[in-house]
Ligand binder design. Structure first.
Ligand code: BYC
Length: 315
């Protein structure tokens, strides 16, 4: 088959909502776009553990601490599924980590903001995981088999994460005036960066056209952002939180909320490495990676020893 025929067959399979598997033919652009997106997604999961881990030792109760620990551990697991999915496309874990450390690979804008108090843990679970679920539910139908299957497992855990955050916010809104003010302050600081998680508007999103054609993405950045806004506003209202956007307005005809202008200058500054915590996040990851060198060496030595023993036994 000529390359052109292979590409036609590939696109036909995608058009019929079939999965592409690692050993199937795929155009280079499809492979590169997926490696970029999946590895950045994996880095987000792992870097996202840092702002939450900041509050493990100061959780207000044993129950809250257990739940937070379980959630953060889940995020580490999500990173592992995703690194494995990306590895099926021909990139190694080492290369991906190197790209992260050198600033060549991105991770979600949202994890470059600080967690100043316990209400921020509520806001992350509710808004950040809430935004992530909207995106990831859609990605369960992505065309690349290993990514789609990883998303199905991840989504099962994400809804628990979102509830964990909403429970914290609800409790604080039922608490003292100071606790209510803390919850509102967290809402004010996390709302806009959470909207930015969906990426630039469709008209300014360079990867969307191919990603939609190849069904890597099943809904556009703006479609997903709108879904998140429509779903989250009633949740905020229910517990008495105000959305920090004076332009919010429900369009009775469409059932969608119109919203104010997103500060894209801030978004591009943060994803270029100049947000409040970028340097701290990456340098912490570099240090932890270096500290873990002996674990990787030991695992490698154990693997070699086992392989050698199997060779001796089967000789
Ligand atoms: N942050 O053409 P576009 C979690 C970049 S973690 C940073 O629209 P695309 C959790 C984009 O990479 C869940 N950069 O790109 C974990 C591109 O730059 P490059 C994280 C962003 O890929 C722990 C440029 O802007 N979820 O739930 O078609 C604790 C142009 O953008 C962002 C995922 O990663 C951003 N927000 O669409 C708690 C979902 N947005 O690469 C919670 C998977 C855009 O050319 N990813 N950029 O240098 C996606 O669905 C897509 O990659 C995006 C962007 C919708 C994010």
């Amino acid at each position: 088959m000529s390359t052109e025929e292979k590409e036609q067959k590939f696109q036909a399979q995608i058009n019929e909502n079939g999965h592409i598997e690692p050993k199937d033919f795929m155009p280079d652009g499809y492979r590169h776009n997926l490696i970029r997106q999946i590895s950045q997604h994996a880095h987000s999961e792992v870097i996202g553990m840092q702002p939450e881990a900041n509050w493990i030792t100061r959780a207000p109760s044993l129950r809250a601490k257990q739940i937070l620990l379980a959630k953060i551990q889940d995020e580490g697991g999500h990173g592992l599924y995703l690194y494995s999915a990306a590895e099926t496309l021909g990139i190694s874990r080492e290369e991906m980590i190197e790209q992260l450390h050198e600033g060549k690979a991105k991770y979600s804008n949202i994890f470059n903001y600080p967690t100043l108090n316990w209400a921020d843990i509520g806001a992350i679970g509710w808004l950040v995981d809430g935004a992530a679920i909207v995106n990831q539910v859609s990605l369960q139908r992505t065309s690349f088999g290993p990514y789609s299957r990883a998303m199905i497992r991840i989504c099962k855990e994400e809804s628990f994460h979102q509830r964990q955050g909403y429970e914290i916010m609800t409790k604080m809104m039922r608490g003292t005036k100071d606790q209510q003010a803390m919850a509102q302050d967290a809402m004010n600081r996390w709302w806009w960066p959470a909207l930015m998680m969906f990426g630039p508007h469709d008209t300014d999103s360079p990867h969307s056209k191919d990603a939609m054609k190849w069904k890597i993405k099943r809904e556009t950045n703006d479609e997903l952002r709108q879904k998140f806004i429509d779903k989250t506003i009633p949740q905020a209202e229910l517990i008495g939180l105000t959305i920090p956007d004076g332009d919010l307005k429900l369009d009775a005809k469409t059932g969608h909320y119109a919203y104010g202008k997103i500060n894209w200058d801030e978004f591009y500054r943060v994803i270029a490495g100049n947000g409040p915590c970028n340097k701290q996040r990456v340098s912490h990851h570099v240090k932890t990676h270096e500290d873990g060198e002996w674990v990787r060496e030991a695992a490698q030595a154990y693997k070699q020893k086992r392989t050698h023993r199997e060779e001796v036994l089967t000789a």
